[in-house]
Design a protein around this ligand. Sequence first.
Ligand code: ADP
Ligand code: MG
Length: 411
Amino acid sequence: MTTTSKQALKTHFGFDNFRSKLQEDVVKAVLKGDRDVFVCMPTGAGKSLCYQLPAVLAEGITLVISPLIALIQDQVDRLKSLNIPACSINSKLPVGERRLILADLGSSSPKLKMLYITPEMVASPTFQPCLTGLCSRGLLSYLAVDEAHCVSQWGHDFRPDYLKLGELRGRLPGVPCLALTATAPKNVQEDIVQSLRLRSPLSFVSPVFRSNLYYDGCGIVYCRTREGCETVAHQLTKLGVLAKPYHAGLKAGDRTEAQNEWMQGKVLVIVATISFGMGVDKANVRFVAHWNLAKSLASYYQESGRAGRDGLPSSCRTYYSPKDKEQINFLIRQEVSRKQAKRGSEKQTDKTAITDFDAMVSYCAQEWYDEGDASSEDDGSNRKKEFSDLFKRQMNMRKVADGQKEAFVPP
Ligand code: ADP
Ligand code: MG
């Protein structure tokens, strides 16, 4: 078996080796053909080969479902350049070409190895007779559903037509089904298995983190608001970094679950309001990032101090943008005047809240002690500059334009 698939890898695709042990294991499992298979590997890991190689070696035709015509075109072109008979039926295809393809599929021994279609096309009446015909003649070798997370409403690219694939799968009971995605969260995986009606599939799930990227520890991202936590957690997950939100708006059970999964390393990043952290004792926190400014330097120091308790190098970073400053400033002042109104008098601590935040902003905005100040004769100011430089270095501050925060890459 090994020699056959490895030889075929070379002969048909020109590769000397499998990309990874996982890729090889998946190909072997698919070739065996006795079970449905679920594959979750990061983008670029070589998921397509997991069905393309078995498709080439199989007798019949492999039906590949992919969500976008552009993606399909790419793959079909690549396969054709490798002399592998593949094509696609889609709404953009000229009628003449479609007729040729359907004629081949209807013949006693079709030349095609792989047929790519969009989920919309699967559901279309024009394609049904062809599909039924292939199935009844035993010519369907595999059903591969690429970008399978599109079936899940939890996923980021939900496509209602993917839901119809469950029914399709039900009509092809004898055909092994392969679902592939790069989206790892458990709820998405469960949705895929259930919606595509996979039958106790063999699961191949690679670690979320690519080895060339430094995501190897877990971390905390602090956000000011609940919505902020939700958004950042969602975006990180979309980027392949499994993250969960944690804030007071969640049910107690969900909060505990997020915290436990993070403690156990199942979820690598927890995206939390400052309600998270007190009493949390985790040694190997590799980074603490503040997506929004902390409310004071003391808070920043305390919150970021949750990194690196095991003594290993860990990074802390705070993001700062002018819009953030305005918003937090507003919130703090609003809070202060609310307190004052309640109590009917001003207190020293009110002022402190404001000056503390101003100090945080000043450091980030680098308004204090610019180069010019260093030349000052005053001892004190030199010391302050030194401190300020050290502080900036240690705090790893990143000033970003408001819009740039959208393109967040975790530290
Ligand atoms: P994914 O769908 O997982 O994002 P692709 O299937 O698009 O990844 O493959 C990514 C790239 O890796 C492609 O250029 C593909 O040709 C290449 N690739 C796949 N398998 C191998 C292999 N065994 N050896 C070398 N390159 C490979
Ligand atoms: Mg792919």
